[in-house]
Design a protein around this ligand. Structure first.
Ligand code: ATP
Length: 270
C-alpha cells in the first residue's frame, strides 16, 4: 500500500509534469523546425512586438493592459489571419502534405521526365516557358486567369503550347495532379527588390507564385535558354536538367527534406 502510494506520488509529482513538459517541448520544437522556420518567419516578425508586451503584462499582472488585450484579441486574430494569409496558407499546406504510394511515384516520375524533355527542347529553341507544379494548394484562382485545359500531361502538348505564337504561349501552364489544368495563366509578381536586373517579369512571376504557395515553378528563359526552378521564394537559376529533374521528382513526392534541398543547391541567387 505504502509503495503503491509512493509510486502514485512519484507519478503525480515528478513523472507527470516531466511528461507534460517533455511532450510540449517536443511539439514546439518540431513545429518550429519543420513549419515555422520555413514559413512563419515574417509572421513571427510581425507579431513578436504585441506578443512581448502581452507576456510582460501577463507576468506582472498589469490589469489595464490585459484588459485591453482581452478586448482587442478577437480583432487581432482576424487581422493576423488577413495580413499573413499567404504564410498561414503555406504553413497549413506543409502540415497537410503526405507521402505518395509507389505507383503514384512511378507515374509522377514518368510525367516529370516528359516535361523536362519538352523544356530542354524549348530551351534549345530559345522559347520561353513557365510551368507551375501545384503541391498541396490547388491554385484554382490562378488557373482561372488562363484557359482551362484539363488535359493529360504530354511533352507534345507542352511544346505546342510554348513553341508557337499561339494565344496560350504567354503566361504559365499549371500542372495539378499530373494533368495540365490550364495554360496562359497570370501569376502574381514577386516584390523582391534584390533580383538581378536582367530578370524580367517571367522570372519575377515564377518567384511570386512560389512565395505565395507551396508550388514548384520551372522557368525556361527565352533570352538565355537557362532552365531554373523557383521554390519558396528562392530562385535557383540556370541548373542542370538532371539535377532539377531529380529534385522536382522528390519534392513532388514529398520525399526531399527542405534542408537537404537547400544544401543541394548551395549557391543561392542574390
Ligand atoms: N505575371 C505573369 N504571369 C505569367 N507569365 C508572365 C507574367 N509576366 C510575364 N510573363 C511571361 O513572361 C514573358 C515576358 O518575359 P520577360 O522577357 O519580361 O521575362 P524574363 O524574366 O526576362 O524572361 P526571359 O529570360 O525569358 O526573357 C511574357 O511574354 C509572359 O509570357
Amino acid at each position: 500500500m505504502d509503495s503503491w502510494l509512493n509510486e502514485t506520488l512519484f507519478f503525480r509529482n515528478f513523472l507527470r509534469p516531466l511528461l507534460d513538459i517533455g511532450i510540449l517541448s517536443a511539439i514546439f520544437y518540431y513545429f518550429y523546425r519543420y513549419v515555422l522556420r520555413s514559413y512563419g518567419q515574417s509572421l513571427f516578425r510581425g507579431i513578436r512586438g504585441p506578443l512581448a508586451i502581452f507576456l510582460v503584462a501577463y507576468l506582472f499582472q498589469l490589469e489595464t493592459l490585459l484588459w485591453i488585450y482581452r478586448l482587442i484579441s478577437p480583432f487581432l486574430i482576424i487581422a493576423v489571419a488577413l495580413i499573413f494569409q499567404p504564410e498561414l496558407r503555406k504553413m497549413l499546406a506543409k502540415i497537410g502534405r503526405q507521402g505518395w504510394s509507389r505507383r503514384e511515384q512511378e507515374a509522377s516520375a514518368e510525367k516529370v521526365d516528359m516535361i523536362f524533355t519538352s523544356l530542354a527542347s524549348l530551351a534549345e529553341q530559345r522559347r520561353g516557358a513557365l510551368v507551375v507544379f501545384t503541391r498541396t494548394l490547388t491554385l484554382r484562382d490562378i488557373a482561372d486567369t488562363g484557359t482551362r485545359l484539363e488535359a493529360e500531361v504530354s511533352g507534345a502538348l507542352l511544346t505546342t503550347i510554348f513553341a508557337h505564337d499561339t494565344l496560350l504561349h504567354d503566361g504559365a501552364v499549371i500542372i495539378h495532379h499530373g494533368r495540365i489544368m490550364a495554360a496562359g495563366c497570370f501569376l502574381p509578381l514577386s516584390k523582391q527588390d534584390n533580383l538581378r536586373k536582367s530578370f524580367g517579369t517571367r522570372h519575377r512571376a515564377a518567384l511570386g507564385v512560389s512565395e505565395e504557395s507551396d508550388a514548384l515553378v520551372l522557368i525556361v528563359s527565352e533570352e538565355s535558354g537557362a532552365i531554373s526552378l523557383a521554390v519558396e521564394g528562392v530562385l535557383y537559376y540556370d541548373r542542370k536538367v538532371d539535377e532539377l529533374k531529380n529534385l522536382v521528382r522528390s519534392l513532388l513526392q514529398n520525399q526531399a527534406n527542405e534542408d537537404d534541398f537547400r544544401n543541394f543547391f548551395v549557391e543561392r541567387l542574390e
